[in-house]
Design a protein around this ligand. Structure first.
Ligand SMILES: *Cc1c(COP(=O)(O)O)cnc(C)c1O
Length: 227
């Protein structure tokens, strides 16, 4: 991509605004999480200079190195799988964790967090075995477990649908997550206002189906080079 970060951000912002308009939702009902995984601190700095404050990383170790060399006033979110043995570091590094897939992990975070820690429960709504996340049947118990904890606060649900070239195919998974959220809210009496769903290629569909956090990497920072 030869265009500047500011131009790519403008494109993403236009897509978000158009999707909100189509869905009859206010723009500020959707947060843009800039997914900076694999990208250097300079890329984060450039994004921050364009006004972005919310950043997503998928690995604790990478974030541990990056966060201290980035501007101090940013909010960091973990969006990748977390192992219990890294719970202490994660609880103190991240503002919110989108990828909670077990009660055991919540317990580990609860015992290490110094202050309130917002979390989202990652759900495998498609049932595809390669996807991580808890099964829909496990979510109500996990919410109730979180409600008994002192630091961990469950704010909603997250999902990653199976990749399909046609983003429209993700819609059924986004609907499934929203409907699960609606049901669990009633069942547990716990407000679950956040839905973290939608990435570069399917953010419009996710916003139409109620997303409150779109997690955008490629369309902001360019393609990732895994080496
Ligand atoms: C990498 C990643 C993203 C960003 O994906 P893009 O397609 O690059 O926008 C979003 N969510 C999760 C969980 C990711 O790991």
């Amino acid at each position: 991509m030869s265009d500047s970060f500011a131009e790519r951000l403008e494109m993403v912002e236009q897509r978000i605004a158009a999707a909100c308009k189509k869905a009859g939702r206010p723009r500020d009902s959707v947060r843009l999480l800039a997914v900076s995984k694999t990208k250097p601190a300079e890329a984060v700095q450039e994004a921050a200079a364009c006004g972005l404050r919310l950043f997503g990383e998928n690995k604790v170790q990478e974030a541990q190195l990056k966060v201290p060399v980035c501007p101090p006033n940013l909010e960091w979110h973990l969006i990748g799988h977390l192992q219990s043995n890294k719970a202490r570091i994660a609880a103190n590094l991240f503002h919110m964790i989108h990828s909670i897939d077990s009660v055991k992990l919540m317990e580990a975070l609860d015992s290490h967090a110094a202050t309130a820690l917002p979390i989202l429960l990652q759900v495998n709504v498609s049932g595809e075995s390669s996807k991580s996340g808890m099964r829909p049947e496990e979510v109500a118990d996990a919410v109730e477990a979180a409600n008994r904890m002192s630091k961990v606060e469950v704010h909603g649900l997250m999902t990653i649908p199976p990749f399909t070239p046609d983003p429209e195919k993700a819609r059924t998974h986004f609907i499934a997550l929203r409907e699960l959220r609606d049901r669990i809210q009633v069942e547990t009496g716990t407000p679950l206002s956040e839905l973290s769903m939608g990435m570069s290629h399917d953010l419009e569909i996710a916003i139409e189906e109620g997303s409150t956090w779109v997690r955008i990497g490629t369309d902001l920072f360019g393609a990732r080079n895994y080496k």
